[in-house]
Design a protein around this ligand. Structure first.
Ligand code: ATP
Length: 265
């Protein structure tokens, strides 16, 4: 049995001060295992980003228990949490005009000395992450001066520099051209298969999901409706049921396949 990285039990969350029809997220049980590669999928507004924000402690659930490496999420210090989990949010805007280099160096926060000094190792790690995400040439630029796709790669570089065990990404390819979508997913596969990183990525692109992740967790109306092997669950019937579109599955070989959506519905 694989080691559990994150366990969630009896979770209940609702946004405070919501209208009379508030969104609620209810999860009886979810276990994220070591070196899992999960795509968190589901229609708009089903709670995918909310779940990631709860795991990263940006939102506090009203009920439930979340454990990270068997420690209660509430009891983990910020520095320790940064060693376990990195997070690439959906909207990567920064209030302050940090440079690209500074943003990626923030990934090393958990490693900096009390005085906040960067070591030569920190600098090497940051340089390598900038290179891997092909944004090294932008290092001195302000984050606000970048295109959406460039900024997205910078925040992924920050997650890589953080070297955490678990990486959470909220629609990491939404602003990226095809070449960079493949760059990101190939990097995620490498981190997962070579370094045993645990990856959870929110995605709307079922073809990327079909080709890159192994497990899907599908949310609808704030509840988990499907959880398991993507090659079993990502079929015509489920795509119709949960996304309300007709689809064909083609070139199905072992763990890779393509989904063609029929636009005439
Ligand atoms: N700050 C907030 N206050 C109140 N309701 C919110 C807030 N943020 C999100 N919601 C609501 O919570 C629900 C879930 O939102 P969430 O962003 O988690 O969905 P999602 O599955 O990530 O959607 P998408 O695919 O559109 O990104 C939505 O109905 C949304 O309107």
């Amino acid at each position: 049995m694989s080691l559990v990285n994150i366990s969630i039990d009896d979770l209940f969350f609702t946004y405070p001060l919501s209208d009379e029809n508030p969104f609620t997220l209810k999860i009886n049980e979810l276990k994220i295992y070591d070196a899992d590669f999960i795509s968190l999928i589901g229609p708009n507004g089903c709670g995918k980003s909310t779940l990631l924000k709860i795991i990263t402690r940006l939102l506090k659930p009203q009920k439930g228990e979340i454990k990270v490496f068997d420690k209660s999420l509430n009891k983990i210090s910020q520095k320790e949490l940064a060693k376990y989990i990195s997070y690439v949010p959906q909207t990567n805007y920064s209030v302050f005009p940090y440079s690209v280099y500074e943003i990626v160096m923030m990934g090393r926060f958990h490693n900096l000395s009390l005085m906040g000094f960067e070591t030569s190792e920190d600098k090497e790690i940051v340089k390598s992450a900038l290179n891997e995400m092909q944004v090294y040439h932008l290092a001195k630029k302000g984050i606000k001066e970048l295109s959406g796709g460039e900024a997205q790669r910078v925040f992924i570089a920050r997650a890589i520099a953080q070297q955490s065990k678990i990486i959470l990404l909220d629609e990491p390819t939404s602003h990226l051209d095809l070449e960079h979508q493949i760059l990101i997913f190939n990097k995620l596969i490498e981190l997962n298969s070579k370094d045993n990183k645990t990856i959870i990525t929110v995605s709307h692109d079922l073809n990327l999901v079909a080709n890159f992740s192994r497990r899907i967790v599908l949310l609808k109306d704030g509840m988990i409706k499907l959880d398991g092997d993507k090659s079993v669950l990502l079929n015509k019937e489920n795509i119709k049921k949960y996304f309300n579109v007709d689809a064909e599955i083609i070139n199905n070989t072992d763990d890779k396949f393509n989904i063609v959506i029929n636009p005439n519905i």
